[in-house]
Structures are given as structure tokens and as C-alpha cells.
Design a protein around this ligand. Structure first.
Ligand code: MN
Length: 526
């Protein structure tokens, strides 16, 4: 069941528009792709495209896709698009068909729920599939409408019920490119975006660079390791080879936490006792296969920072080879970078604070949060403290989430007195207290994800705990957390994960909303 590009070509003038002409030959593929383009033409709409029959089968969805199964979206079947439309993002010039701005709103691959040939399913008028995208995940149905009043090309697109369904999901919260994090305005009328488009399309240097990258890809697809015997932990003897081996052995548990998040590297080229530095901009020597995301920068000399994004094992291994012992990740993801998907309160014990005191304060924080309907999780930071975290529903701004963590920290301070400090100036913090850092919520601020290594003696890693572990800590006589936290280090954690899996697998599944919690907090906490 082959598609046809006849109508697509007839509608367009390729000497004017930068849309692809459809020169790419269809290929056999185990994972057919999908793309959803947000398109501001005469009317705003979303173009939903599935790779099938050698083309991108396409539907225009006026209200956009939804993760809410209650939303049945009208989807108008339109002409087949060429496969290379998959990457198209830019401006279709005035006077041309579909004139306006286009961003790659979401992309990825899909699998069929029923049948084996997607083109045949579509020809029959119904296709059920599972999307593996950045915004859209899980099972969906596209079905042709029947009945007297429906137009010939009218279909419905809707989310089927599964773990990815979200009744609170709102397309208005998701207005950026999943590829470049740009808004429609940013691909549109500003000179910088025009330059970006011309860089890609016309600049001979860019084309040359792209060819070089392509040529290198086959020979340079595996990271080259250097100085594997270099000792990074002098007291323990752990080497850079040990660090690389560790990160590779936990990759399948760590990568889901890092995926789609810009990273800041904390590099220790001469080990944990040598000098170290934080690095946001991807190093100039990064191999061509290392993924980066460009984020406009308001501070410093650069107008933008190209952050590394680590989605795969070879990038993880390459980072470890740089001596990047600790990877610090954003709490938002590409595609919704102004909206954190994780909430964090950092429990930071001050000098003289025992493990028991730290644990008691953290348990009280849990109790206060549970009393207002939230379900927090807890982990060791891998350093001296504990992290209390939970997953957020989509759509909150950094300011909203930070106001919530501030409110929570003040509540804890009012019920726990001197056991807590909120003092920002380190010297003024009371000895033996726990500093609650509620302000780690902001665009560009980072946290340490589970299984990330810390530059401390014994090479500890951040480890997800059960609350019963913290209850045990509350009965401990240890002067601090270090001996306890070092049980989870680069030597022990790979075997633990293989045996038990990620202890947080369940804990971070639920997307928690703050509205009800805030209402309850206003009653209980004031
Ligand atoms: Mn369109």
C-alpha cells in the first residue's frame, strides 16, 4: 500500500519554500517514525504524521493531540508528505501553500497495536498504535468518521486509557519544539531564527560540516577511552576505568532519569582531590554523535549555551572518560523547559547535625507533605544530605513550584524550631541544624539524579531509599550520614540494581498536582 507525493508536489513551489521536495528514498524500517508539527498558518493546527507506505500519512488536527482520553480530536486526513518532512521546522514564505511557522512539536517512533502494515490499517479506516515520543506516549487510535454529517476525510484522534493517559493534560502547556525548544515566534520573525534556518539550508560551511559529521559517524561512533588507569579516588584506588565501568553497568537504570534533560558536568580531571570545574557548554571536542540542546543565555558572555543531553550509553561513557564524576541534571525536559517535572527539597545537615537529627527532620517533612495529600520519595544525595523528591504533573511554572517549596520549608521551620535553618548565609546557620534548601527550583538549576556518583571518599552514589530506611536512620547513633551513605557506592550499586531493580520505579511514577495540597496547606499550616 504505497503512498503518493503527487498532490504534495502539485501544491508547492520548491524554488520558494524550504520544505523538502521528497527526494529521500523510502527504506525498510523496524521502527516507523511519527512526527507532529505545530503549524501556524491561516489557523493554528497540529499536523499529525505517521510513516506508512513509504510516505508520512498526514492529518491536520485543529485542537492538537491530547493525553486526556476524554478528548476526541477531529483530524482531517490530508495529502501524503515525503519522509524528509520528518525534520522540517521553519517558515513557509507568504503566498505559498500553508504559509506560516512550523515547529517539530513532537517526534519519535510508533508500533502497531493491531495488524502488521500501518498503510493497510489506515486504508481500512482505523489504526491503533503506541507512540514513543517526547510529549506523546502510549496507545492512541485514529479512526475514520462515518455517518451522514461527516466529511469524507474526517477522522478522530484520541488517547486510549493506559499509564500515560493524563486527564489534566493541556496542549496549551506545550508550545515548544521537541527538537530545538523554540516557540513558533522564535522560528518566525526574528533575525536570529532566520539565520538558523539559512545556516541549515544554504550555508556551504554548514553543509560541509554536515557531510564531515556524516563521514565521521561510521568510524567515530564509539567513544575512545584515555588514561583508564588514572586514579580518581586516591584513598580508595578507584580509577577512571572503574568510573566508566560503573556508569555503563547502571546505564539502563540511570538513563531514564537523564533523558531529555540538559546537563551540567562536574569534572575532576585529576581526581577528587585535584581541581574541579563545572561545565555547561558542551566541550568543543565533543564527538558529532553527542546530542546537545541550545538554550538562550541571559547571563555571561554567550548568547546561548549548548547543553549536553545524555540519552544513550556511549554518551554516558564519553562523559565518564572526561572525568565528569557528577552529572547535574535540569528538573525540566526538552520540549517543556519552563515547566519542572520534579519537585525537590534538599535536606542539608550543618556541622554537628547527627544522622538521627537529619533523619527525624526528614521524616517530619514527609509527614507534613503526606498530611496535605502528597507522596514524597527520599534518597541519599551521595554527599552529606538527603533529597526529598516527587514527580509533578505537567504545566507548573518554576515560580509556582518554588513558592510551594518555600511555603513547605517555612512550615517545617515553624514546627521544628532550631532543628531547622532557612538562613542563606552559611556562617549564620545554627550548629546541629538542618538547612532546608527550597530554592533549587529554577530554570538552569540542577539536581543530582539517582545513581549519579559523588566526588567523595569511597565513591558514593545517590541512592533511592525506602522511608523505612530513614526510620532506621532516626534510631542510629552515627555522627553523620557518611558511613551509611557509602554502602551505596560504585562497587556495590551495580549488583544491587541487577538484583532488586530501581527502588524508585514506583515512587516517581505518579504525577502529583499541587492545587489540592496548597488548599490543604492553607488550612493545616496556618
Ligand atoms: Mn499544516
Amino acid at each position: 500500500m504505497k503512498g503518493s507525493l503527487k498532490e504534495y508536489k502539485k501544491k508547492r513551489r520548491f524554488d520558494e519554500t524550504s520544505e523538502p521536495e521528497g527526494a529521500v528514498k523510502p527504506r525498510a524500517t523496524a521502527r516507523p517514525r511519527f512526527v507532529v508539527q505545530m503549524h501556524r498558518a491561516t489557523r493554528l493546527h497540529w499536523d499529525f504524521r505517521l510513516e506508512a507506505g513509504g510516505v508520512l500519512k498526514s492529518w491536520a488536527v485543529p485542537k492538537g493531540p491530547s493525553l486526556n482520553p476524554a478528548d476526541k480530536r477531529l483530524a482531517m486526513h490530508v495529502e501524503d508528505h515525503p519522509l524528509d518532512y520528518y525534520d522540517f521546522e521553519g517558515v513557509i514564505p507568504a503566498g505559498n501553500y500553508g504559509a506560516g511557522q512550523v515547529i517539530v512539536w513532537d517526534y519519535g517512533w510508533y508500533s502497531l497495536v493491531e495488524g502488521t502494515d500501518p498503510a493497510r490499517e489506515i486504508a481500512r479506516g482505523k489504526i491503533k498504535f503506541i507512540l514513543h515520543g517526547h510529549k506523546l506516549r502510549g496507545e492512541f487510535t485514529l479512526v475514520k468518521m462515518h455517518g451522514r454529517n461527516s466529511e469524507e476525510n474526517a477522522w478522530l484522534l484520541f488517547k486510549d486509557k493506559d499509564e500515560y493517559a493524563d486527564p489534566h493534560w493541556d496542549v496549551a502547556d506545550h508550545s515548544r519544539s521537541a527538537k530545538t525548544d523554540r516557540s513558533l515566534d522564535q522560528v518566525g520573525d526574528n533575525p536570529r531564527s532566520r539565520k538558523w534556518i539559512s545556516d541549515r539550508a544554504a550555508d556551504p560551511a554548514h553543509a560541509r560540516a554536515a557531510r564531515t559529521r556524516e563521514a565521521k559517524r561510521s568510524s567515530d561512533g564509539v567513544p575512545q577511552f584515555t588514561n583508564l588507569d588514572k586514579v580518581l579516588w586516591p584513598d580508595d584506588g578507584y580509577t577512571k576505568g572503574d568510573l566508566i565501568k560503573y556508569y555503563l553497568s547502571v546505564a539502563s537504570w540511570l538513563l531514564p532519569y537523564l533523558q531529555e534533560r540538559p546537563l551540567t558536568l562536574q569534572r575532576f580531571p585529576n581526581g577528587i582531590e585535584g581541581s574541579s570545574f563545572f561545565e555547561k557548554q558542551a566541550p568543543a571536542g565533543a564527538p558529532p554523535w553527542v546530542r546537545t540542546v541550545s538554550v538562550p543565555s541571559e547571563y555571561g558572555k554567550r548568547s546561548k549555551i549548548d547543553y549536553i543531553v545524555c540519552d544513550d550509553e556511549r554518551t554516558l561513557a564519553w562523559l565518564a572518560n572526561l572525568g565528569a564524576i557528577t552529572l547535574h541534571a535540569w528538573i525540566s525536559r526538552i520540549g517543556s523547559m519552563d515547566s519542572p517535572d520534579l519537585c525537590l527539597l534538599d535536606m542539608d545537615p550543618q556541622a554537628g547535625c547527627t544522622l538521627s537529627a537529619l533523619a527525624k527532620v526528614t521524616l517530619r517533612l514527609r509527614d507534613e507533605l503526606e498530611a496535605i495529600g502528597l507522596s514524597p520519595a527520599v534518597k541519599t544525595s551521595g554527599g552529606k544530605g538527603l533529597h526529598v523528591m516527587w514527580r509533578l504533573a505537567a504545566g507548573y511554572s518554576y515560580d509556582e513550584v518554588r513558592r510551594f517549596t518555600e511555603l513547605t520549608a517555612h512550615r517545617l521551620s515553624s514546627v521544628m524550631g532550631d532543628a531547622i535553618t532557612l538562613e542563606r548565609v552559611v556562617k549564620k546557620r545554627k550548629r546541629g541544624s538542618v538547612y532546608i534548601d527550597w530554592a533549587q527550583i529554577g530554570k538552569g538549576k540542577t539536581i543530582v539524579m539517582p545513581f549519579v556518583v559523588r566526588p567523595r571518599p569511597k565513591a558514593p552514589v545517590s541512592w533511592p531509599l525506602a522511608w523505612s530506611d530513614v526510620e532506621k536512620m532516626a534510631r542510629s547513633r552515627a555522627p553523620d550520614i557518611f558511613a551509611e551513605a557509602a554502602h551505596w557506592n560504585i562497587e556495590s550499586v551495580p549488583a544491587l540494581l541487577k538484583k532488586r531493580g530501581d527502588p524508585w520505579k514506583k515512587a516517581l511514577e505518579k504525577r502529583q498536582r499541587l492545587e489540592q495540597a496548597l488548599k490543604k496547606a492553607q488550612k493545616l499550616w496556618t
